[in-house]
Design a protein around this ligand. Structure first.
Ligand SMILES: C[S@@+](CC[C@H](N)C(=O)[O-])C[C@H]1O[C@@H](n2cnc3c(N)ncnc32)[C@H](O)[C@@H]1O
Length: 225
């Protein structure tokens, strides 16, 4: 794709002309197209919430699974999250990562947007990944490694979902359970509504990404000059 066509494509995506002309010089057309293709394959109506997942490698691995399965939005219930670069391989840059100081605020926001929130928890009345209702927007909330899902999250959620355990161990690693559940939920939701990430969010994400790329390059130039 030529630079002019590339600039036009970004403009068609709704980015401000000044921004395009600055940033288009720093991002190759191929790379921009790759990012747009990934955004076109995302479900906006499945959200992952992580409650106090303390080990950075677990949180980062979970984020990486979200990105791989096209789950765009991730809530972290902690004020001090620094993802482990090794485990996520930078995937945290490719999802809409949001932090919430309390689980109540994340759940209230999701409810206000029409989401049902299910805790990933070994409960007697839990759905399985195959039976969880996906006829509307759905969020899956994961608990911490030692304590599991908090009582507050359980009381505010709309239900629970669990991966049946057939062995002697009581639970799975949080990032493993996340990969299994999110893959199933995202695919089932996608089969009903397709890839439904909204255009506004695609534009917002693209603008933020271009700004981060430009910052990174400016930083690199400053360090090497
Ligand atoms: C290591 S587990 C926590 C175990 C903790 N001792 C407990 O009592 O829940 C961490 C998180 O992974 C998720 N998880 C682990 N195994 C699961 C399963 N079989 N089904 C659903 N979620 C699971 C849950 O969200 C859980 O809070």
């Amino acid at each position: 794709m030529s630079r002019v066509a590339h600039s036009r494509t970004l403009r068609d995506r709704g980015l401000a002309v000044g921004m395009i002309e600055d940033e288009v010089r720093t991002v190759t057309p191929e790379r921009a197209a790759k990012v747009q293709r990934a955004l076109d394959r995302r479900v906006g109506s499945v959200v992952c919430v992580m409650e106090a997942v303390r080990r950075r490698h677990n949180a980062s691995a979970l984020i990486r699974s979200c990105e791989a399965f096209g789950v765009h939005e991730v809530h972290l219930i902690t004020a001090y999250f620094r993802p482990s670069v090794g485990a996520a391989r930078g995937a945290e840059r490719w999802v809409h990562l949001r932090t919430f100081p309390t689980v109540a605020e994340s759940i209230a926001e999701l409810h206000a947007r029409g989401f049902k929130v299910y805790v990933a928890d070994l409960a007697d009345d839990a759905y399985t990944p195959e039976t969880l209702p996906v006829d509307g927007p759905v969020a899956v909330l994961f608990g911490s490694e030692v304590r599991g899902v908090s009582a507050e999250a359980r009381s505010l959620a709309d239900g629970a979902v669990m991966i049946p355990m057939r062995g002697l161990t009581e639970s799975l690693n949080v990032s493993v359970s996340g990969a299994i559940l999110l893959r199933a939920v995202a695919d089932r939701r996608r089969s009903l509504v397709g890839d439904d990430l909204g255009d506004d969010e695609k534009r917002r994400f693209t603008a933020e990404w271009l700004a981060a790329e430009a910052d990174g390059r400016r930083g690199l130039r400053a360090r090497t000059e």
